[in-house]
Design a protein around this ligand. Structure first.
Ligand code: SF4
Length: 291
């Protein structure tokens, strides 16, 4: 945001920065490695909160455990750093008890799809009105680089030194099939699209999911041809294709040379949210229709 100020008798346009109000400056510098993409996601979320028509005091940020889980601690909002894989469960409880809040879960792929995968699919199935931003760096970065449910086939990690033999989740396809109202995928190269997608998620009634493909140079990148900070950004630049109407069954990520990485806002549909259905049921019960 900008405002007109008078300094030494001259009018200047002063530009405020989200770190002035929306970040806990006393907790900086952050812990993330050089070249990590999580800071870009944090910035996109902070800017979306700033631009949102919802008052700041109504925004809540919830994270699980892992490198991305640190986001909730850096945001100057009501925030919760919860147990591993359970951020969506905490968010669901809060959203049902305090439906006026705008709740956003920000966590990593290990937390959201591997340890917490069951919570993810059921929150999407119920269409709980929360936002979930999943930073996908294809491994458990904080604990040293173990493979998880999004590690591409044949990728090398500390626990798959000969290459991953497990087929990874195609997460947008999974979440869309489960019933989410909004599903998108962008990368940390797509800074503006990312922020716009987060803004849209805050408007959507129902479960809104965003996968952000992000570099992790020291653990995943080191073993898979992206050792330097810019290597994966360069891969995104060369391989990303924007296709909002993509066939989601065909957008799994392999990270192979020459393979497309499809990004876009894939699903934006109106389905009654869980909170709306509860409210409707409560109205019927109060009206005596439950007898
Ligand atoms: S280990 Fe990977 S995900 Fe974690 S802070 Fe470092 S670069 Fe980021």
């Amino acid at each position: 945001m900008s405002e007109l100020q008078v300094l030494a008798g001259r009018e200047i346009i002063a530009q405020s920065h989200v770190r002035d109000t929306l970040l806990r400056a006393e907790r900086l510098p952050h812990i993330w490695c050089p070249g990590c993409g999580i800071g870009i996601v944090l910035g996109a979320y902070a800017h979306a909160v700033e631009r949102s028509s919802i008052p700041v005091e109504k925004h809540v940020c919830i994270s699980g455990i892992g490198c991305t889980g640190r986001v909730s601690g850096y945001m100057n909002l009501d925030s919760f750093h919860t147990t591993h894989g359970r951020a969506i469960a905490f968010a669901t409880g809060m959203a049902l008890f305090r439906p006026e809040l705008e709740i956003t879960v920000i966590s990593g792929d290990g937390d959201i799809t591997t340890i917490g995968g069951n919570h993810l699919i059921h929150a999407a199935r119920r269409n709980v009105d929360i936002n979930v931003i999943m930073v996908n760096n294809f491994n458990y970065g904080m604990t040293g680089g173990q493979h998880g449910a999004t590690t591409p086939l044949e990728a090398k990690t500390y626990t798959t030194p000969y290459g991953n033999i497990e087929t990874p989740f195609n997460v947008p396809y999974l979440v869309a099939a489960a019933g989410a109202s909004f599903v998108a995928r962008w990368t940390t190269l797509h800074v503006r699209q990312l922020a716009k997608a987060v803004e849209r998620m805050m408007e959507v009634e129902g479960f809104a999911f965003l996968e952000v493909v992000s570099p992790c140079p020291p653990t995943f990148g080191e073993f898979n041809g992206f050792p330097e900070a810019l290597d994966m950004m360069e891969y995104f630049r060369k391989h990303c294709v924007v296709d909002h109407s993509a066939d989601l069954s065909k957008i799994g990520i392999g990270l192979k040379p020459g393979e497309k990485l499809v990004v876009g806002n894939f699903v934006d549909r109106r389905r009654p949210s869980y909170q709306e259905l509860l409210e409707e049921m409560r109205g019927r019960a109060m009206g005596g229709e439950h007898k």
